[in-house]
Design a binder for this molecule. Structure first.
Ligand code: PRP
Length: 188
């Protein structure tokens, strides 16, 4: 069930502060794109977006790349709608259309929190024999980590606060905000 009252209240009701503004996001994504373009200069990487949170980051990152590359999408669910804490084993709800054998794969994710989602997906992708497999994450919340995740490209390290916007939802809303905001603690 989606809580429609969240949408009626509007994002400003929930926003404690902007953590990363639009200009800072744009500059950091461009820098990551330049670094990835240089690192994969002689390759055609396959970027895999984990839906849904990673979609804004993935599309902006893709547009910042100057090398040929392919895109594909997976969905993995670890949070229930309305739930604001991780629970349970991640579950693959949408698989790839691409055969990743011998491909240079870059997994693109919005946030690594406990690490279970990316850990699970990496293990699953590794069984399909990619030539290489690396992780690009916009937001890294290391204070919450329960399992090690090898992150090659990191946008920002953030504190243990609940964030939304730029792909990340609050009750499935506000993914379209152009900035990353912090939710008021008393509303969680
Ligand atoms: C969120 C986020 C990551 C994961 C991070 O996904 O997009 O995939 O949780 O948490 P973890 O490191 O503790 O595993 P969510 O299940 O909320 O789905 P969504 O991307 O559709 O919002």
């Amino acid at each position: 069930m989606v809580d429609e009252s969240t949408a009626r209240l509007g994002y400003a009701h929930f926003l404690e502060r902007v953590l990363i503004d639009e200009d800072t996001l744009r500059a950091r994504v461009a820098a990551l794109g330049a670094q990835i373009s240089a690192d994969y200069a002689d390759k055609t990487p396959l970027l895999i977006c984990l839906l849904r949170g990673g979609v804004m980051f993935m599309t902006d990152l893709s547009r910042s790349l100057t090398i040929p590359h392919h895109l594909d999408f997976m969905a993995v669910s670890s949070y229930g709608v309305g739930a604001r804490v991780t629970r349970g084993q991640p579950r693959i709800t949408l698989d790839l259309n691409t055969d990743i054998r011998a491909r240079h794969v870059l997994l693109v994710e919005d946030i690594v929190d406990s690490g279970h989602t990316v850990d699970h997906v990496l293990r699953m992708l590794q069984t399909r024999d990619p030539a290489s497999l690396k992780v690009c994450v916009l937001l890294d919340k290391p204070s919450r980590r329960e399992v090690y995740v090898p992150i090659t490209y990191r946008g920002f390290e953030i504190p243990d606060v609940f964030v939304f916007g730029y792909g990340l939802d609050l009750d499935e809303y506000f993914r379209n905000l152009p900035f990353i905001g912090v939710v008021k603690q008393e509303l969680l």
